[in-house]
Design a protein around this ligand. Structure first.
Ligand code: HEM
Length: 415
């Protein structure tokens, strides 16, 4: 019989920080199975990778999300009792609410708002000596997200809201002051949006049907009850917070354009290539390292005895770089998507499986839309120099980011 490989050390919590994005790949990729056992925070944890591992992770008859996320993540990144923690019919019903926001018209509008804001920012940047693209694009996306979601945003609060929305994301894995600030950012943001939800319900704030703020305010759960105002606010934040997070892919995309100058003209002119480039940015660069679920009931898979309630982690970064799935995975090559068959379990930067039953990110299309609008604008209309700087990134630091935030100078309109 074949033995399922496992760590011999007693606890590997610290190894997560030491190995970063390679925590699971390092353990699993040299073995013949897609499962590996380790111990994290005193729990016996099953690590899953590969297409087969992803299929198991997204099999809702065998995995669930109840208690899969640590409290510290809920208090910062996601919010308590929101869609990420739901299972079964209640989850599907909530997911439909999110998916209803992603109509072709709404996505087209998102593309247009994003492009408009790139034009505004290009004008502003043209009078600045240096521009840190990561910082500036967060504000650009905060404005974009609020407009798209139907949220009024006063000029004087833009910086504060941008900071809070990004601190919620970056503080969940931190300790000490950064983590505490992340919790405060969540509390402030929830209070801000909760007030707007109440205004929409009273009819004091005009909101258009189809906009996130309106749909979350008016949504009825499976029992026909409206969401608690705080819950509705948390779900609105589940739309605008990740939209701001796309700034990480924009900074990484800028690195790719700079390191592969031959891609620039095609990104500017060729729609299919633009799509392939955006997909390759999502595959190649590190963002989400892994995701967690819990085992629904005892079963054996690939000879490994999964135990009810056991924590399971799926290797998101590793699957996007799995040599069994991708040819030369560590090469940046948009053309690999020319004949990609759109598999549900191979390109998983935003989760895998279907949208409705499982937890795959409902924001995948908006993300691609924002990236396409941004990369098109950057290559077609944004003239800039890239001064000497260290834009490298470390796979040991989660979430990863180019060190310099990608600095550009001499910004001007092209043509
Ligand atoms: C879920 C990544 C953008 C809304 C997820 C998941 C990942 C992810 C990995 C979890 C999948 C799972 O649990 O199995 C990303 C990345 C983004 C992004 C890397 C781009 C930077 C967006 C956008 C939106 C969004 C733009 C909204 C417009 C959500 C929601 C969930 C989710 C609501 C929870 C879905 C559920 O539990 O069923 N995302 N996302 N995300 N994402 Fe995104």
């Amino acid at each position: 019989t074949v033995k399922v490989p496992k760590d011999k050390t007693i606890d590997n919590t610290l190894a997560i920080f030491k190995d970063g994005y390679n925590f699971i790949p390092k353990r699993i990729q040299n073995h013949h199975l897609d499962v590996y056992e380790t111990r994290v925070l005193g729990e016996k944890v099953a690590l899953l990778s590969g297409i087969e591992g992803a299929k198991l992770f997204y099999d809702t008859s065998r995995m669930n999300r109840k208690d899969a996320l640590p409290k510290r993540v809920l208090k910062t990144l996601f919010g308590e009792d929101a869609i990420q923690t739901m299972d079964g019919d209640a989850h599907t019903h909530r997911k439909l609410l999110f998916m209803s926001l992603m109509t072709p018209d709404a996505l087209q509008e998102l593309y247009e708002i994003t492009t408009k804001n790139w034009a505004h920012f290009t004008k502003k940047w043209s009078s600045m000596k240096k521009v840190t693209l990561y910082d500036e694009s967060r504000e650009l996306l905060c404005r974009t997200a609020c407009e798209w979601a139907g949220i009024p945003l006063a000029e004087k609060e833009v910086k504060k809201r941008t900071r809070d929305l990004s601190n919620m994301i970056d503080g969940f894995s931190a300790v000490g002051p950064k983590h505490i600030e992340s919790r405060r950012a969540r509390k402030r943001s929830e209070e801000w949006i909760e007030e707007l939800i109440l205004q929409v319900r009273k009819g004091n704030l005009e909101a258009e049907k189809g906009k996130a703020i309106y749909e979350m305010a008016m949504h009825k759960d499976l029992e026909g009850q409206p969401l608690d105002a705080r819950m509705a606010a948390i779900e609105v934040l589940n739309v605008i917070r990740p939209l701001v997070a796309i700034s990480k892919f924009i900074a990484f995309g800028a690195v790719a354009l700079h390191e592969h100058p031959e891609t620039q003209t095609r990104v500017a002119l060729d729609d299919e290539y633009l799509f392939q480039f955006a997909q390759e940015v999502r595959r190649y660069f590190p963002f989400v390292p892994f995701l967690g679920a819990r085992v629904d009931h005892d079963f054996t898979w690939q000879q490994y005895p999964f135990k009810k309630d056991q924590l399971v982690l799926i290797d998101i970064y590793g699957i996007n770089h799995d040599p069994k799935i991708w040819e030369n995975p560590d090469q940046f090559n948009p053309e690999r998507f020319i004949d990609w068959d759109g598999g549900l379990f191979d390109l998983v930067p935003q989760g895998g499986g279907g949208y409705y039953k499982g937890h795959r990110c409902p924001g995948e299309w908006p993300t691609i839309e924002v990236l396409q609008a941004s990369f098109r604008y950057m290559t077609k209309h944004l003239g800039y120099d890239v001064p000497k700087q260290d834009y490298s990134y470390s796979l040991k630091k989660m979430p990863a980011l180019p060190k310099s935030g990608f600095i550009i100078s001499n910004v001007h309109f092209k043509n």
